[in-house]
Design a protein around this ligand. Structure first.
Ligand code: IPE
Ligand code: IPE
Ligand code: MG
Length: 236
């Protein structure tokens, strides 16, 4: 029996713990990333089947560029493979794919593959999978502020025109509703520069599972837990 998500349009996930999963098994960290990519497939499929409309996955942060170049290369290779292999399943299931983050930092062939995947799935409307790649929320907020400042400098807007709607529309996530539920695996309880603006009223769930061990069953348990919560938005 599967759980019915209630008032749950958008789940955001910080997929953490790949390295520790591998290290615990005496394997190189890249093996954890490889296993983690399999979990991505299982969870995207499960979320789609459960009727979740938006799934945003933190795949690589702006800070992750500071890791050992070998690990970064291994991650980029996995990403290349993922972008190549997922197309047919995404099309079959009506999944639209979008990317958020600093594309300028990524290798050119990956950026091309991302653009193609976005263009080819543009009209799919069953579910949106948003992949945060080379993503940093503070950077995103600073870019939004810069764009607004430029509009004001040109005289296109005045300071009073700047409101939450305009600000949201300047973020990478402009076409995506705010996450209802944020899940982080691996036991860490922090946001690590993820969706700071967007998670203002999200429900948080911290799982002790390492991402490669995360499963559909656990996702169902978390959704059942979410279904029990009362979201008050500051009201009494
Ligand atoms: C998450 O797993 C994947 C990325 C950040 C790319 P980690 O690589 O952070 O794994 P741990 O946290 O070191 O175990
Ligand atoms: C956050 O995990 C980024 C991703 C999962 C892609 P990190 O492993 O980079 O975060 P910290 O360093 O533990 O805060
Ligand atoms: Mg980590």
């Amino acid at each position: 029996m599967s759980i019915e998500p209630q008032n749950l349009q958008h789940i955001a996930i910080i997929m953490d713990g790949n390295g520790r999963w591998a290290t615990k098994k005496g394997l190189p960290r890249s093996f954890g990333h490889k296993k983690g990519a399999e979990t991505v497939r299982e969870i995207t499929r499960a979320a789609g089947e459960m009727g979740v409309k938006y799934l945003t996955l933190y795949a690589f942060s702006t800070e992750n560029w500071q890791r050992d170049p070998d690990e970064v290369d291994a991650l980029m290779d996995l990403l290349r493979q993922y972008l190549k292999s997922e197309m047919s399943e995404l099309q079959k299931n009506g999944v639209k794919i979008v990317f958020i983050g600093e594309r300028e930092m990524l290798p050119a062939d990956i950026v091309e593959a991302m653009k193609k995947l976005e263009a080819d799935t543009l009209n799919n409307d069953k579910m949106t999978i948003c992949i945060a790649l080379s993503y940093g929320s503070r950077q995103e907020i600073v870019y939004a502020a810069r764009r607004i400042a430029a509009l004001a400098k040109r005289g296109d807007i005045s300071p009073e025109d700047v409101d939450m709607k305009m600000f949201s529309d300047m973020l990478y996530t402009k076409d995506i509703p705010n996450p209802d539920l944020l899940i982080r695996t691996s036991g860490e309880q922090r946001l690590s520069n993820y969706l700071l603006w967007q998670c203002a009223y999200s429900e948080f769930y911290f799982s002790n599972s390492l991402w490669p061990d995360f499963s559909r069953k656990e996702l169902e348990e978390i959704i059942a837990n979410y279904n029990q919560r009362e979201r008050r938005y500051g009201k009494a």
